[in-house]
Structure formats: structure tokens, C-alpha cells
Design a protein around this ligand. Sequence first.
Ligand code: NAG
Ligand code: NAG
Ligand code: NAG
Ligand code: NAG
Ligand code: NAG
Ligand code: NAG
Ligand code: NAG
Ligand code: NAG
Length: 234
Amino acid sequence: MIFSRLSLLTLLCATVTIAYAQHNITVNNTSPLIQYEGNAGNATICKTNPDGTLQSGQPGCYNVPSHCTEGATMGQGGSGAASFSFNGTAIYIQSLLDSLSPIYTVTLDGKSTDVDGVRPSLPFVCAPLFSRTGLDPNVEHKVRLSVKGPSPDRNTSIEGSENFFTFSLISFTYTDGGNGTATSANGTASTSSGGSNLTTTKGSNAAAAFPSDIRAPYLAALVAVMTTFASLLH
Ligand SMILES: *[C@@H]1O[C@H](CO)[C@@H](O)[C@H](O)[C@H]1NC(C)=O
Ligand SMILES: *[C@@H]1O[C@H](CO)[C@@H](O)[C@H](O)[C@H]1NC(C)=O
Ligand SMILES: *[C@@H]1O[C@H](CO)[C@@H](O)[C@H](O)[C@H]1NC(C)=O
Ligand SMILES: *[C@@H]1O[C@H](CO)[C@@H](O)[C@H](O)[C@H]1NC(C)=O
Ligand SMILES: *[C@@H]1O[C@H](CO)[C@@H](O)[C@H](O)[C@H]1NC(C)=O
Ligand SMILES: *[C@@H]1O[C@H](CO)[C@@H](O)[C@H](O)[C@H]1NC(C)=O
Ligand SMILES: *[C@@H]1O[C@H](CO)[C@@H](O)[C@H](O)[C@H]1NC(C)=O
Ligand SMILES: *[C@@H]1O[C@H](CO)[C@@H](O)[C@H](O)[C@H]1NC(C)=O
């Protein structure tokens, strides 16, 4: 009996560790996890000389003087798009953007949002384009990035500016680790019911008191651990 309670305690501690480990995972443009459409293709970033000038013999390279990324997927015109599926609580999209970038449409779980890609710079800069947090950790999410059309905020003093927009994706970043917490905390509570029914009550109450707090399942599991530990001492 002691042994089984100790095993249970070990299990509970493991649960807490897993529940708390939220982290960002970045998926770069060349990952096979990303599905591309249209003319979006892996691009070459221009190499520069030590003095900052462009090296010769690099036709069609993209000028990113800051060298803020090793790579990006680019597409001239309007047909480029990228889709990505993930399990997580947040999504961030990074792109190469400039003063001629388009309006993008980001479709997340079927809901579309238009975002303006224009940034006040003519050489490209690496920039966050879109983010969404507070997603349901228990379902798979799908995000699709596509071009809507030229932005009214583009630099219109550049001739033909309405035709120069470019699809761009550096990476998708998603926040992992939200899932499993609710399941673990609830699973913990029912597993330990043989030892003490207090764990179930306190666990549920702690979770219910702060439903929007991401740490609530962690706190619930911690309460469960402490309660079980207390019952071990009796
Ligand atoms: C993930 O990245 C975003 C954007 O850089 C940042 O705001 C957020 O705090 C990060 N989340 C974690 C869990 O590191
Ligand atoms: C993408 O392009 C970069 C720059 O040309 C190159 O270094 C890299 O190997 C390419 N990656 C893939 C998967 O094609
Ligand atoms: C992703 O891109 C970043 C920035 O360019 C680079 O540092 C990192 O090594 C890349 N990771 C992979 C797995 O290609
Ligand atoms: C998301 O989680 C579900 C259930 O565990 C799994 O079937 C699916 O493959 C996951 N999706 C991704 C993109 O990892
Ligand atoms: C995520 O949640 C779903 C639904 O509750 C579940 O089926 C799946 O196993 C969970 N995935 C992980 C990695 O915990
Ligand atoms: C717009 O483009 C013109 C012509 O290249 C340039 O002189 C001007 O500085 C640009 N304006 C902005 C805000 O980037
Ligand atoms: C966990 O317990 C809470 C409160 O009892 C309940 O609302 C929620 O649906 C449960 N979650 C799972 C994944 O069983
Ligand atoms: C806990 O268990 C005791 C005895 O088994 C019972 O009398 C009590 O009502 C239970 N409390 C809860 C909250 O379930």
C-alpha cells in the first residue's frame, strides 16, 4: 500500500513537470510540415560583402541587409500561400516585409483575418506579421497564410507599386504544452481517489476558480500532490 502510494506520488510529480512545460516551437520555411500553394518557393537571401554591398552573381536574390534570417519562402504576385497544422495554445507568423508588402489573409480554424504586411522599409526586414494566443489546447488548429492584394499603405510613389507585392514566410511558431495539463490534472484527481477524496474536491475547485489562468491545471495538480503527500504522512 505504501509502495503504491509512493508510485502514485511519483506519477503526480511527473504530471506537474509535464503540465508546466510550455514552450515555443519554431518551424522554418523549408519544413515539410508546411504545405505551399501557387508560386511560393524557397528563396535565396542576397549575400553581402564585408562593406555591406551586394556580392555579384546572385540573380533574383532577396535583399535583406540585416541578415535577420537564413531563409524565407517568397512568391511574386498573388498566388502564394502556406498552410500549417499544430496542437498548441498560440501561433505566431514571421515574414520578410517591406513598404510594398501586400495585405495578407490569415485563416485560422476557418476564420479569416486580413493583416497589412506593409512596414516602413524598402529593403526587407524580418517582422512579426500575425499572432493569436489563447487557443484551445485540446484540438488541432490549422492556419493558412495567403495574399489578398496590394496594400493601400504601400509606398505608392514607387512606379508600379500595385504590382510589386510578394508573398513571404520565414516561419510559423506555435506554443506547445497547454494540452495534457487539463487531462493530467483531472486524471490525477480520479487516480488518487482511493487514497483520499480531498484531492478530487480541491483539484476541481482550484481549476474552476481560475478557469482562464493557464497555470490553473498546474496549481490543481500541485494541490493534489500536496494533499496526497499529507495523506501519506497519516
Ligand atoms: C513565444 O513567442 C512569443 C513571441 O516571441 C512570445 O511573446 C511568447 O512569450 C513566447 N512564449 C513562450 C512560452 O515562450
Ligand atoms: C533554400 O534556399 C537556401 C538558400 O538558397 C538554401 O541554402 C537551402 O538549402 C534551401 N533549402 C531547401 C530545403 O531547398
Ligand atoms: C531556422 O532559421 C533560423 C534563422 O534563420 C536558424 O537559426 C535555424 O538554424 C533554422 N532552423 C532549422 C531547423 O533550419
Ligand atoms: C494533434 O494531436 C492529435 C491528437 O493527439 C494528433 O492526432 C495530431 O496528429 C496532432 N497534430 C499535429 C499537427 O501534430
Ligand atoms: C490533446 O487533447 C486531445 C483532446 O482532449 C486528446 O485527445 C489528445 O490526446 C491530447 N494530446 C496530448 C499530446 O496530450
Ligand atoms: C517611397 O519611395 C520613394 C521612391 O523610392 C522614396 O524616395 C521614399 O523614401 C519612400 N517612402 C517611404 C516612406 O519609404
Ligand atoms: C476537468 O474537470 C473540470 C472540472 O471538473 C471539467 O470542467 C473539465 O471538463 C474536465 N476536463 C477534462 C478534460 O476531463
Ligand atoms: C469523503 O469521503 C468521506 C468518507 O468516505 C465522505 O463522508 C465524504 O462525504 C467525502 N467527501 C467528499 C467531498 O466527497
